[in-house]
Design a protein around this ligand. Structure first.
Ligand code: F6R
Ligand code: ZN
Length: 185
């Protein structure tokens, strides 16, 4: 038939169906030197899952797009909220779009000069990530933060460029969400 059943995404929780997906879980043990409090990080269960990315198995190549959902668990390392590692694209000029699906959080964006800003992520939020901009999701809530992302397959990831960390950290202080500026971030 000429009518094809496309993949489905459940807007309520970001679950894909009707299509093969690739799944990758990132655990506490994988997030070396990501959280500010190294002692608190070492005292966490190394196997504890922090986030899972599910991607549609679609073709790669010039002009092609990946589609994936990040499910970021609620939690903290010390007083710092769970977050993704964060990256620039290897092809720096390539942008990306994130769509908030559920939960409450922040998208940390940082340009190549180290200037950082935060956008609130919630169900329905749309985030245009320009080229030359590093990005990281932060779960400031008590439920899973899920966000759908679409990006060029040629973009790639550059994690090493941010080994010095981002210029902002988001922590909980007295039950409040607190944004701290990092020196040498
Ligand atoms: C792809 C993208 C997301 C992230 C995902 C995990 O370009 O931005 O799919 O890859 O949120 O974050 P990282 O890759 O920083 O561990
Ligand atoms: Zn990206």
């Amino acid at each position: 038939s000429q009518i094809i059943q496309p993949p489905l995404v459940a807007w309520a929780n970001g679950a894909f169906s009707h299509a093969p997906v690739i799944r990758k879980t990132t655990r506490i043990q994988d997030l070396t030197a990501v959280f500010a409090d190294g002692q608190a990080w070492r005292s966490c269960d190394p196997q504890l899952p922090v986030y899972t990315v599910e991607m549609l198995e679609t073709p790669a190549g010039e002009g092609e797009l990946w589609t994936g959902v990040t499910h970021l668990n609620p939690g903290k390392v010390g007083n710092e909220f769970f977050m993704t590692r964060g990256h620039f694209h290897a092809r720096r000029e390539q942008g990306e779009v994130y769509f908030g699906l559920r939960g409450q959080g922040l998208l940390l964006l940082q340009d190549e000069h180290g200037k950082a800003r935060l956008e609130t992520v919630c169900a329905g939020s749309v985030h245009i990530i320009p080229g030359f901009t590093a990005h990281r999701l932060i779960n400031t809530g008590s439920e899973i933060l899920s966000a759908l992302a679409v990006w060029p397959t040629i973009a790639g990831h550059d994690y090493a460029a941010l080994q010095g960390g981002f210029a902002l950290r988001v922590q909980e202080e007295n039950q409040q969400i607190c944004v701290c500026e990092v020196q040498n971030g």
